[in-house]
Design a protein around this ligand. Structure first.
Ligand SMILES: [Zn+2]
Length: 107
């Protein structure tokens, strides 16, 4: 096996491993309120180093809250504008009584 073939197969393994890691990075990034696409690409290039960087990178609480509100897992407190549980009757941050959630069709 010539050097070119060794380099090619190593590159293939490296690329395959990074592709798998990149999908993980996408999930981790989403859970931490970070850019899925951005971290996918970073991990595709830098592999495990990017995953470690992502783990050390602080969670973007604002973006994470916005995502949860969009997915109806949380909603905004009308008084202090922070994300609170969908079914909360009282805001845990400003202690205001908030409107009960809209009645949904049978759950
Ligand atoms: Zn509040």
């Amino acid at each position: 096996m010539g050097l070119d073939e060794v380099v090619n197969s190593l590159f293939g393994i490296w690329f395959a491993a990074n592709t798998i890691l990149a999908f993980f990075a996408g999930f981790i990034a989403a859970a931490r309120g970070r850019s899925e696409g951005g971290w996918f690409i970073l991990t595709l290039i830098f592999g495990l180093v990017a995953i470690l960087a992502l783990a050390l990178y602080p969670v973007d609480e604002d973006k994470l809250a916005a995502t949860k509100v969009r997915r109806k897992r949380m909603r905004w407190c009308p008084f202090c504008l922070r994300a609170i549980a969908t079914r909360a009757k009282k805001c845990p941050y400003c202690h205001s009584a908030v409107e009960p959630p809209q009645p949904k069709e049978s759950t």
